[in-house]
Design a protein around this ligand. Structure first.
Ligand SMILES: [Mn+2]
Length: 427
């Protein structure tokens, strides 16, 4: 069952009076500040974030997994679920596939289905961090970094296959995240492992179609707990630079040690024209993959502030970024959770668009530290939710997506259609 435009419009009708009051108050305040409200709304409407195919079922921890019922059983049902989210929010216009969990049986059929929901195919993601049934060689001791050339070749070939699948669907980028590393001191020669990884990445890069980009993700630890081959943005940047101009670093919010200044990393990468994409989530302790904006919303805003300012002063021609939610949890309805993440992302983006960059620059040039902070916090502490709702309404989405999802009983419908014990592929 899909949500129709009529259902959304009908539900919006009942909420319009309150929305208009709230929006007009905010609008006049923003106009007073000299902000181009319609232009900001337009930018918000165009801001689309990819939904990963593995986030549509209940996530698990290494201790267990609790099914929520009605989970998508195959790729078609996953696309259907992204379609639901997109219909309500008008901000999830693409899906990012994980291979081999979501190999389409027939690319044309899947493309047509996605198209009917207004969904495009974002970056495709390879998986060389676990062994698949019928896989010849094991990734237990690494993949692209492996000491055994035949295992490296198997991993490189997998990435080539992922590119082929992505091409059939209209994707334009490959994201590589490696679990490669070591669990104990002495296990790995750091230098040689990095060199082998670079060799493998170069082979993958050579295979990229000319209009494709390669995104290299980094992570400091987990599942390996002593060392990770691509441990930080600097290592990723180094590898991307060695591969070529269409290779970029991808920043995943959860892939940093505690208190890392991620906004500064973003700024540096844009300065070099090497920021490829962004994986949104939130965390308290490690790679917790919690709902975006649930723990550190101010950090999210500061990151967006760097993104907005950096892309507006884009001297290195950093290409437009690939945005994706990379979160998974085991308590909430995944579709509701994704809608919460989308709201948090748009809110942080709107707040960043509100920052008076000129005044901020002036405050910096006179070293007026107090004023610089005031300018940022004025934007961050503004409640821009009516602006987000207005952007969504103008695109044909729901004023209150989660409320409408619940009112229409969507999860109950999905449980009825798919059963209580379905399990979506993924971790
Ligand atoms: Mn990620």
């Amino acid at each position: 069952m899909s949500i129709t435009k009529e259902q959304i419009d009908n539900a919006n009708q009942g909420m319009m009076a309150q929305h208009e009051t709230e929006f007009q108050v905010l609008q006049s305040r923003l106009v007073e500040k000299g902000l181009p409200v319609d232009h900001i709304i337009d930018q918000l409407q165009h801001f689309q974030v990819a939904i990963p195919s593995w986030a549509l079922g209940a996530g698990g921890t290494r201790f267990g997994r609790f099914s929520i019922g009605g989970e998508p059983r195959n790729l078609s049902e996953k696309i259907h679920d992204v379609g639901l989210i997109h219909a309500l929010t008008q901000s999830a216009g693409s899906i990012s596939l994980h291979i081999p969990w979501d190999i389409p049986e027939d690319a044309t059929t899947i493309r047509t289905l996605a198209d009917s929901h207004g969904i495009l195919f974002d970056a495709v993601n390879s998986n060389t961090f676990q062994d698949q049934i019928n896989q010849t060689l094991s990734y237990k001791f690494g993949s692209l970094c492996h000491t055994d050339a035949s295992i490296r070749a198997q991993a490189v070939n997998h990435c080539k296959e992922v590119i082929d699948i992505g091409q059939a669907l209209g994707s334009k980028s490959l994201t590589v995240w490696l679990a490669d590393g070591s669990a104990f001191p002495g296990q790995l020669n750091f230098r040689e492992a990095l060199e082998r990884t670079l060799g493998s990445l170069k082979e993958i890069y050579q295979y990229l179609p000319s209009d494709w980009r390669l995104f290299i993700e980094y992570k400091p630890y987990e599942p390996n707990f002593y060392s990770t081959v691509i441990q930080d943005w600097g290592t990723s940047h180094l590898l991307a630079s060695e591969c070529g101009e269409r290779a970029y670093t991808l920043v995943d919010l959860g892939h940093h040690l505690p208190n890392t200044n991620i906004e500064q990393i973003v700024s540096t990468l844009i300065w070099r024209g090497k920021l490829g994409g962004f994986h949104f989530n939130d965390s308290k302790y490690g790679d917790d993959d919690l709902t975006v904006g649930s723990i550190k919303p101010y950090q999210l805003f500061l990151i967006f502030n760097e993104l907005v300012e950096g892309m507006a002063n884009n001297k290195s021609n950093n290409p437009p970024l690939a945005w994706m939610i990379d979160a998974s949890h085991n308590l909430k309805d995944p579709l509701e959770d994704l809608m919460q993440s989308l709201e948090a992302i748009r809110l942080a983006y709107a707040q960043a668009l509100m920052v008076d960059q000129q005044r901020l620059q002036e405050a910096r040039s006179t070293n007026d530290v107090t004023m610089a902070q005031e300018i940022l916090q004025d934007a961050y502490r503004s409640d821009l939710r009516p602006l987000i709702r207005e952007a969504r309404r103008r695109s044909g989405g729901a004023l209150h997506p989660i409320a409408q999802y619940r009112r229409l009983g969507m999860r109950e419908v999905l449980r009825e259609q798919r059963g209580l014990n379905t399990v979506a592929t993924g971790l």
